[in-house]
Each structure stands twice: as C-alpha cells, then as structure tokens.
Design a protein around this ligand. Structure first.
Ligand SMILES: NC(=O)c1ccc[n+]([C@@H]2O[C@H](COP(=O)([O-])OP(=O)(O)OC[C@H]3O[C@@H](n4cnc5c(N)ncnc54)[C@H](O)[C@@H]3O)[C@@H](O)[C@H]2O)c1
Length: 270
C-alpha cells in the first residue's frame, strides 16, 4: 500500500497473532508499512500476515518467543533480510494465558515461576526487541511499548503483571533518553480493558460490569482505538512525543472512585 502515513516504512509488531497486536499490525500495514508479524504461535502470526496480504499490504510472519534472545535476534534478522530495515517497533506481547496471568494471584502464595515468566515475556521481551531493533533503524524510528493501566493502580491480583507494566513506563523513558539523539523515539500506551480474547478469558461477567461502571465515557476501548493511537505514535505526526505513556481508558483513571460509586448509587433502583 502506498500513500499512507507509514508509506515506505517497515514495522515489527509482537504479540501480533491476536487481539491488540493483530489490529495494530493490520493498521500499520493500512498506513503503508510493510509489517513483521511476530508471535510465539506461528500459525496465529501467519493468519494475521495473510490478512494483511489480502488487504494488499506486505507482511512477514515471524514465529518467535520474545523472551528468548536467539529467537528475537533471528526474527529481527529475518525481517531485515526481507525488507532491509526497521522503522517502527511495537512491543506488545505479554504472557496472558492461564498458566501465568491466570495464576498471578496473592503474593503470599505466588509461585515464583509465575513472577519470573511474567517478567521474562512482558519486560525482558521488550528489552530484547529494543536491543535488536535499534541497531537496524538506520534513520531513527518509533518504538511503542504496550503497558497497561495496571501500571498505575493497585488490584487484588496480578501484582506481577502490574509490576511488569509499570517497569515498561520507566523503560520507555530510558530508551527515549538513550536513543533520542539518533532520532529514535520511545513511548508507551496504557490501555484499560480492551475486549480481546485474553480479556474475555480473564474476567467474569461481574468484573466486566464493574469495569464498565468505572468508566466516565459510556464506551470501552476496542482494539481499533489502540491501533489508532499506536499508528499516531508510529508516524511523524507525533515526531515531538517521546518518553511518554499515554493512557487510553475512556476516563477510568481520570476521576476519584467516589464519582463512579455515587453515579452507581443514583442509577440503582430504590
Ligand atoms: N486486552 C486488554 O484489556 C488489555 C489491557 C491493557 C493492556 N493490554 C496489553 O495489550 C497487549 C496485548 O493483549 P491482548 O489483550 O491483545 O492479548 P492476546 O492474548 O489477544 O494477544 C497476546 C499475543 O501475545 C502472544 N504471546 C504471548 N507470549 C508470547 C511470547 N513469549 N512471545 C511472543 N508472543 C507471545 C500470544 O500468542 C498472543 O497472540 C498485552 O501486552 C497486554 O498486557 C491488554
């Protein structure tokens, strides 16, 4: 595709076999980028890449576990062999399955393996992608990390997840500082609930209703809302934005909790 805001650029999206990552890969391709579609599930990566190609874009599926440095180096190498460079990195993969996120409960009973795997995928994975992508960004570039509102608020569970996402907020500032002089920007996006397969798996109907009540706006964010923001951060329209974390939450964190509690009381039939 030509003529978009990312025409001529090469993007790499991790966790792109599903949910937010798949939507972002499709969106960056629609903006003109050729896209490396990376996922630990090779078939899922291939499905997203096929969807990009069906829409007339260029995509290379990359099967890779982002926590494994050799695999990350090989995936970045394969993308560079195919398309010559990297201009945009969206580090988005996270360990969200039942064996890791699904067991990230109370800290007293937390299996250290759950903590370690969360950090390996969510945090080390981002570092490895930056490590291997920055050297192949010849004309600067834009890095976008997927954090979460869990970086900013406590919860009754998911301390490992929240800590990994908070670390990404700091990591984005360090990457922005280290590579700004080379024209490499680094920002993070922090969504609240986005209804993806992972979110639907993890939350009960009651939890979904509670999250809806916390929002100021009547609508939740969907994957295309995240893709809109990632595309903006990836392209030159955001050329002076770096080191920032943008919260995308329909107003969930913008108010005192009492506001939502009061509103629910008023809406409750007497
Ligand atoms: N969905 C939400 O409500 C929500 C909210 C805030 C932040 N996020 C963040 O958005 C990102 C995407 O979440 P999603 O909801 O689209 O989840 P998802 O499960 O739909 O997609 C995650 C993808 O990452 C891949 N993945 C997992 N481990 C990997 C690894 N080691 N190496 C490479 N790929 C791996 C999975 O195979 C999957 O395709 C995550 O970073 C998540 O923490 C999601």
């Amino acid at each position: 595709m030509t003529g978009g805001r990312l025409s001529g650029r090469v993007a790499l999206v991790t966790g792109a076999g599903s949910g937010i990552g798949a939507a972002c890969a499709l969106r960056l391709a629609a903006e003109g980028a050729r896209v490396g579609v990376l996922d630990v599930r090779g078939e899922a990566a291939e499905e997203t890449a096929a969807a990009v190609r069906e829409r007339g874009g260029g995509a290379l599926a990359l099967e890779c576990d982002v926590s494994a440095e050799k695999q990350v180096a090989a995936a970045v190498g394969a993308l560079v062999a195919a398309y010559g460079r990297v201009d945009v990195l969206h580090s988005n993969a996270a360990a969200l399955g039942p064996a890791v996120y699904g067991r990230d409960h109370g800290i007293e009973d937390l299996d250290v393996a759950v903590w370690d795997r969360t950090m390996e995928v969510n945090l080390r994975g981002a570092m490895l992608l930056v490590k291997h992508a920055v050297p192949v960004m010849p004309d600067g570039g834009s890095i976008v990390l997927t954090s979460s509102v869990s970086a900013f608020v406590g919860d009754g569970a998911h301390a490992a997840y929240g800590a990994s996402k908070a670390a990404l907020v700091g990591f984005a500032r360090h990457v922005a500082t280290m590579y700004g002089a080379r024209g490499v920007r680094c920002n993070a996006v922090a969504p609240a609930l986005v209804l993806t397969p992972a979110a639907e798996r993890a939350l009960s109907p009651a939890q979904l209703a509670d999250k809806a009540a916390e929002r100021l706006l009547p609508w939740p964010c969907d994957v295309d809302d995240v893709a809109n923001l990632v595309a903006f951060l990836a392209c030159d329209e955001s050329r002076c934005l770096t080191g920032q974390t943008l919260i995308l939450d329909s107003g969930t964190l913008a108010h005192r909790p009492q506001h939502a509690i009061q509103r629910r009381r008023e809406q409750r039939p007497r």
